[in-house]
Design a protein around this ligand. Structure first.
Ligand SMILES: [Mn+2]
Length: 555
């Protein structure tokens, strides 16, 4: 395969589950940097619904939102072979088998003129069907037409009547005297008979008078003009085969349309089916190969057991997270090329060395800007705008304790490029994030939820930023109920919502927990299930280390 025809493996650049603004912006901006560096195969992905804040930012700066993929559970589309050349149903069996040989495949899909899947030709179906035709005991007839016979024989067409009309073919090779031939022909319907003969004028004439379907002259034998005229008057097709009689007879059998010789019982699978779901069908299929179609039954490719043994045709770059419990479900099945993050190290391990950039700055967007500058790639203005918004969103407009000098310098730099005022943009995005409106407790908890694993304990901490905690505290009961449902379904130690007041720069925590952990918690209690987190605004840098320590002390 040369470089041009070799398709590059797509690389999905993705943030964590329940993506926040930093995560979605970092994925979009990093995929864009890769593209600007010539890596067109990089695609930005998001694994969840956008928060109102993120939606606002992408819309305001007219940047396309990363493509939504709910999970990375292995699917047919990530493993299938998509450079498959199917054959049309009206191609001859000979043609199809020749293509199968040339492509070195065990099966070849058959499609109709609209590219829709109709059957699968594999060696099993081929052997089964051709044996039926070859077996002299069964006298099975097969369908073909004059065009297919001519094509298969590479024949010179002298006369062709209704070349597309299918008929049930009986091949008669005339090796006997004319008397015997008369008797043989009498046993069959002339309109189904294909007579193969050489320069036997008596046989030619008798065949024409009896209006056989076709007369095939072997070894390049010519037909005299008077005979040709007779054939034309009687509507008999005449072909000149370059092969000898025996070879010609054999090839005629392979002229059957592939649609009749392929296996129509093999049902296709869909590109979106999971590998787990199709494994059984694959095992049961004789050729261990199945056709893959889209929702409209259009053929997309094939999937075989061999395809499942090699790496999937998608690779991954993680941004703004490195723990598998926060990544999209199923990412462990793919090669992770890079991790760009600013969180604690989790449980990730890889087979090969990878680019791993993890720096204790306030936002992944800050790291992405440094990568643009390192690569000497000017940042497109809309991208610079969303990157600035991403930094401000992740650092409470640079007021969070996680904000570093580098975040402030980077924000200043982006502000200069885009002519956006940091304070004004900061107010706009906080306001966009605050619109709780009629969002359900479930939506509020799930919008920015992170799951952690500490030894045998699992827990989740969601965060929401507000300009006053009152509204959410009034809904305490409803939120606690929902956190408890969440805790039970995950069999977690606790599920918490951190409500951060971005004006007073402090937080409260609403928590549904097993009683033993609740008692161990050392924060001042406000009322049942609600704790003060005085001066705590960063989940990652302030709250998680405290919780993590308390969870560890339990085991
Ligand atoms: Mn982040």
């Amino acid at each position: 395969m040369n470089e041009k025809s070799k398709k590059k493996t797509p690389v999905f650049v993705m943030g964590h589950r329940n993506p926040d603004t930093d995560s979605v912006v970092a994925a979009a901006a990093y995929a864009q940097l890769k593209k600007l560096l010539g890596k067109d195969e990089c695609v930005a992905i998001r694994g969840g619904k956008l928060s109102p804040q993120t939606e606002y930012i992408f819309e305001r700066f007219s940047v396309p939102v990363p493509h939504y993929i709910p999970d990375m559970i292995p699917k047919v589309s990530y493993y299938m072979k998509d450079d498959v050349n199917p054959v049309n149903g009206d191609t001859s069996l000979w043609n199809a088998v020749t293509q199968m040989e040339a492509a070195n495949v065990k099966a070849i899909p058959v499609v109709n003129s609209d590219g829709e899947y109709s059957a699968l030709l594999n060696y099993n179906a081929f052997a089964h069907n051709i044996l039926q035709v070859l077996n002299p005991e069964t006298e099975t007839l097969f369908s073909t037409n004059i065009r297919l016979i001519a094509e298969t024989l590479s024949a010179q067409q002298v006369l062709a009547f209704n070349p597309e009309e299918l008929f049930k073919c009986v091949t008669i090779v005339v090796a006997d005297c004319i008397e015997t031939f008369r008797k043989t022909l009498a046993l069959h319907m002339p309109e189904n008979a294909v007579i193969i003969t050489g320069d036997r004028k008596d046989v030619q004439e008798y065949s024409i008078e009896n209006r056989v379907r076709a007369l095939v002259l072997s070894s390049g034998t010519q037909m005299e003009k008077a005979m040709r005229e007779k054939a034309e008057n009687n509507g008999v097709s005449v072909l000149i085969s370059p092969y000898r009689s025996a070879e010609t007879a054999m090839l005629v059998m392979y002229s059957a349309p592939v649609s009749e010789m392929a296996d129509t019982k093999i049902l296709p699978v869909h590109a979106n089916d999971t590998i787990n779901y199709i494994r059984e069908f694959l095992r049961e299929s004789t050729s261990r190969t199945l056709p893959v179609v889209d929702d409209k039954n259009k053929l997309l490719g094939t999937i075989s057991e061999t395809n499942l043994l090699v790496d999937p045709n998608v690779e991954i770059i993680l941004v703004d997270h490195n723990e598998l419990s926060q990544a999209l479900e199923g990412v462990e099945n793919y090669t992770i090329q890079e991790v760009i993050d600013h969180h604690r190290l989790g449980n990730l391990s890889t087979k090969a060395p990878i680019t791993f950039i993890n720096r204790p700055v306030g936002a992944t967007c800050t790291i992405i800007v440094s990568l643009y500058r390192q690569s000497r790639v000017p940042i497109p203005k809309p991208i610079a705008s969303i990157l600035l918004a991403g930094i401000l969103a992740d650092t409470l407009v640079l007021k969070s304790t996680t904000a570093t000098d580098e975040d402030r310098d980077t924000a200043e730099y982006l502000s200069n490029i885009t002519n956006l005022d940091i304070e004004t943009l900061g107010r706009d995005i906080i306001a966009a994030g605050n619109r709780l409106g009629n969002r359900t407790a479930d939506e509020i908890i799930n919008q920015d939820m992170k799951e952690y694993q500490e030894g045998k304990f699992k827990y989740t901490v969601s965060q929401i930023e507000v300009d006053s905690t009152n509204e959410l505290l009034e809904r305490r009961k409803e939120i606690l109920d929902d956190l408890e449902i969440c805790r039970r379904s995950r069999e977690a130690l606790f599920c918490a919502l951190m409500v951060t007041d971005v004006v007073k720069l402090t937080s409260v925590m609403i928590i549904a927990s097993k009683p033993e952990f609740l008692q161990a918690l050392e924060f001042p209690r406000r009322n049942n299930g609600v704790f003060f987190l005085r001066d705590i605004v960063s989940r990652k840098k302030q709250l998680i280390p405290l919780l993590s320590e308390q969870v560890q002390s339990m085991s």
